[in-house]
Design a protein around this ligand. Structure first.
Ligand SMILES: [Fe+2]
Length: 303
C-alpha cells in the first residue's frame, strides 16, 4: 500500500511502497495523481538499471530523446537516457578545467528541462546511483505558487508575453561562445508563452528557465531584467524544496510547474553519478509563427 508524505505544505512529496521496477497501472495512476497535487515526487529506495528506468518512465508518456544533442551534450547510454555525472570515460572525476564539467555548471542556474526544444520536457526522472556526502542537492521551485503570489499588476504585465529559449543561453551566461553553428539542436531557438495553464487543474504557472534568452517584442535589457525579477520572485526561500540525495532515490518532477537547479559540491573529492529519463509535453509545444507583438504600455512598465 503506497503512502504519500508531503515534504512542504503545498509542494513536493515522498511516496513509499512503490517499486518503480515493477510498477503496476495502479502505481502509475497513484504517482500521476500525486504529481498533479505536489509537482515533485521522491521515490526512495529504488534499484533500477537503465532499461528498467526507461521502461518505468515510458509508462508516463513519450520519452524524450537526447540523440539530437551532439558533441558536448551527447552522453546518453541509450538515446532516451542521459547520464548526469562528474565521472569521465575512465570512471574517475573529470578535472576542474574539463569542458564537460564547466558546461555542467549550467545546471546550477534555475531552469526547466529542455525548454529550448519545440516539444519541451514534461516529467524528468532523476535516479541517484552514487550520491555526494555533502552538497550536490537539487532544489525545486513551485511555479504555480510563483504565479499565485505575483502582484496583480505584474500578472497583467506578464500574461501574454512570450520568451525565446535556446540551449546556448545558460552556457553563454557561463562564458561559452564556441557553439557548433551547423547543429540546429544547439543553435535553434523556440518561443514559449510565459504564463501557462496546467490542463489537469486549470491552475496557471510561470514558465521560466535559464534557457529563456529574452522577451519577444521587448528591448532585450527590459525583457532580461523582467525574467531575472520573475526568477528571483519564484525562487524565494518559502517557495523552494531542497532535496538531499540518498542512493536509490528516484526523484520525479513536472517541468511544466517547477524549476530546479543543482547545488555545488566538491567534484574533485566526491562522485555524483545520476541517470535521467524525461517524457515530453506536447501540450506545451513551442509557438509557431512570428506574429508576436507587445503593447507599448507593457514595454514601458518593464523598462
Ligand atoms: Fe535540469
Amino acid at each position: 500500500m503506497a503512502t504519500t508524505t508531503p515534504l512542504t505544505p503545498a509542494f513536493a512529496a515522498r511516496i513509499e511502497g512503490i517499486d518503480a521496477a515493477r510498477a503496476s497501472k495502479a502505481d502509475v495512476a497513484f504517482i500521476r495523481e500525486a504529481l498533479i497535487a505536489h509537482c515533485v515526487i521522491v521515490l526512495p529506495g529504488q534499484a533500477l538499471d537503465g532499461d528498467q528506468q526507461a521502461d518505468f518512465a515510458a509508462k508516463f508518456g513519450q520519452l524524450d530523446s537526447y540523440s539530437q544533442m551532439s558533441g558536448d551534450y551527447a552522453r546518453g547510454m541509450r538515446k532516451d537516457l542521459l547520464q548526469v555525472s562528474n565521472l569521465g570515460e575512465d570512471g574517475k572525476p573529470v578535472a576542474a578545467g574539463d569542458r564537460r564539467r564547466l558546461l555542467d555548471m549550467g545546471n546550477r542556474f534555475w531552469h526547466t528541462d529542455a525548454s529550448f526544444k519545440a516539444v519541451p520536457a514534461h516529467l524528468s526522472m532523476l535516479y541517484g546511483i552514487t550520491v555526494t556526502s555533502e552538497g550536490g542537492e537539487t532544489q525545486f521551485a513551485d511555479m504555480r505558487a510563483a504565479w499565485d503570489s505575483l502582484d496583480p499588476d505584474r500578472r497583467e504585465l506578464v500574461e501574454g508575453l512570450v520568451a525565446e529559449h535556446s540551449s546556448t543561453t545558460a552556457r553563454r551566461a557561463l562564458g561559452f561562445d564556441d557553439f557548433d553553428a551547423t547543429n540546429p539542436a544547439i543553435t535553434g531557438r523556440v518561443t514559449h508563452d510565459l504564463v501557462r495553464v496546467l490542463p489537469e487543474t486549470g491552475r496557471k504557472t510561470l514558465y521560466l528557465s535559464a534557457h529563456a534568452d529574452h522577451i519577444v517584442g521587448m528591448p532585450k535589457p527590459a525583457g532580461r531584467m523582467l525574467l531575472a525579477e520573475l526568477t528571483e520572485h519564484a525562487t524565494g526561500p518559502g517557495n523552494v524544496y531542497t532535496h538531499t540525495w540518498h542512493q536509490g532515490d528516484l526523484v520525479i518532477w513536472d517541468n511544466r510547474c517547477s524549476m530546479h537547479r543543482s547545488c555545488r559540491y566538491r567534484a574533485d573529492r566526491e562522485t555524483r553519478h545520476f541517470r535521467r529519463a524525461s517524457t515530453t509535453a506536447p501540450e506545451f509545444a513551442a509557438r509557431t509563427g512570428s506574429d508576436i507583438s507587445v503593447p507599448a504600455w507593457k514595454i514601458e512598465a518593464a523598462a
